[in-house]
Ligand binder design. Structure first.
Ligand code: HSE
Length: 435
């Protein structure tokens, strides 16, 4: 059989998974790739006790791997964007195909990397960059290529979903769950990337480019994380029949493309509301197929390795074929990508959950509903919670019908100015994901 030499850079959580699964399943993987895949060199700053590398050529210099004349495919698993960018460009300059799991790198530098690869007649594959073990890149780029995609919405950060699930089902503290996610290897090196929505933003931008044929760009994306989310809102949402999920949403509209990452109320009856723990799920709505749901583990060593290895197999098989038959990195040639306007979050229309603390006295609710009516916002449901003994203030929770965020913001400002309302108004966007 033909020999294809792989160079792996990075032996952290994902690198160890790739190393071990490639070894364990080598027979099946080689027969699927129709070649003998060999780890010709491994570049890692330190050993990983989860891997037995005694029979592997290991170097502490990852750039040695990128320049190694025997290597066909360089697998970048070091993370980050500075050294990883240099490493990938060096690999391409040295005529290597590249497989990467690095969403930040692809979201920020994908256009330059793909252009460099195209110019040199090389492949860059990045299935593991989005939603861990779920083959969502291949699904968007190839499986759904006959469709016009209308929108997609996904739970695309395992750490955040794990934290929200534990807070919801076990009432655990945020910090305590985050530590567990870090120990399990789900979280980014800097976990603020997870909990502030930056990691999800990177993944959403990649899926948006594939879905709408746009160049990769983080410009204009609205990003909010879960750090300001209060347990009481998760529990009020449950009372109203909703789960709170951290979603990445993109939608093609007549006014441009919606591109946003934020905590969202979704009806408990929606399949995505039942996606818990480290699992990810992406719902895609498209004109021919309707709505599809892709579900699976979104982070972790071997689930992510599963996607990396699928890319290695794809690249190894395609190396023998005419370059014209290769599937382009973003589904079409770079020259065919069309930039589109990203909508301002203030112009986006959605329903809202709002909560505030108001004096329990006659006329307060009518002031509030009056403000909503003047803003043209229709109320879907309203709950006033009984106040604890000795408390003059009660929590009021309102669910609105669909409205423009600009109008909601103005109404919130007016509610906050009422003397009978204490503190600020909390609001969370609501999505029904049914059309
Ligand atoms: N930190 C990421 C997550 C890893 O929690 O989803 C997978 O991209």
């Amino acid at each position: 059989m033909r020999l294809v030499n792989i160079g792996i850079c990075g032996l952290g959580t994902v690198g160890a998974g790739v190393f071990n699964v490639l070894g364990r399943n080598s027979q099946q993987i080689n027969s699927r790739a129709n070649c003998d895949l060999v780890i010709a060199q491994l570049g890692a700053r330190r050993d990983n006790p989860d891997c037995n590398t005694a029979d592997t050529n290991v170097t502490r210099d990852i750039f040695e791997v990128a320049k190694n004349p025997n290597i066909d495919i360089v697998v970048e698993l070091i993370g980050g964007t500075d050294v990883a960018y240099e490493l990938v460009m060096t690999a391409l300059d040295n005529g290597k195909h590249v497989v990467t799991a690095n969403k930040a790198l692809i979201a920020q530098h994908g256009m330059e990397i793909f252009a460099a690869a195209e110019a040199r007649g090389l492949m860059v594959a990045y299935e593991a960059a989005v939603a861990g073990g779920i083959p969502i890149i291949k699904a968007l780029r190839e499986g759904l290529s006959g469709n016009r995609i209308n929108w997609l919405a996904g739970i695309i950060n395992g750490t955040t979903n794990f934290i929200l699930s534990e807070m919801d089902s076990k009432g655990r503290e945020f910090a305590d769950v985050l530590t567990e996610a870090q120990e399990k290897g789900y979280a980014e090196a800097d976990p603020t990337f997870d909990v502030e929505g930056i990691d999800a933003a990177h993944k959403l931008v990649i899926m948006t480019s594939l879905a709408f044929g746009m160049p990769l760009s983080l410009d204009g994306i609205f990003t909010d994380g879960i750090t300001r989310l209060e347990p009481q809102d998760v529990s009020y949402a449950r009372e109203l029949g909703y789960a709170v999920k951290h979603l990445g949403i993109t939608r093609q509209t007549d006014q441009g493309v919606e591109l946003r990452v934020h905590p969202t109320l979704v009806p408990e009856t929606c399949l995505i509301a039942g996606v818990n723990d480290v699992s990810n799920a992406v719902m895609v709505n498209a004109d021919a197929v309707g709505t599809t749901l892709f579900y699976g583990p979104g982070a972790g060593s071997e689930p992510t390795a599963s996607s990396v290895i699928a890319d290695i197999v794809d690249v190894a098989r395609a190396m023998n074929a005419d370059a014209d038959t290769w599937v382009p990195a973003l589904g079409c040639q770079s020259s065919a990508l069309q930039p589109q306007k990203i909508m301002d979050i203030q112009d986006i229309e959605t329903s809202f959950y709002i909560r505030f603390s108001a004096l329990d006295q006659p006329g307060v609710l009518s002031d509030i509903t009056g403000i909503m009516a003047n803003a043209g916002i229709s109320i879907e449901a309203i709950i006033q919670k009984e106040q604890p003994v000795g408390e003059d203030y009660v929590n009021v929770i309102i669910l609105t019908n669909v409205t423009k965020e600009r109008l909601l913001d103005a109404a919130v400002e007016n509610i906050e100015q009422l003397e009978t309302v204490r503190g600020s108004v909390t609001f969370i966007r609501v999505e029904h994901l049914d059309q």
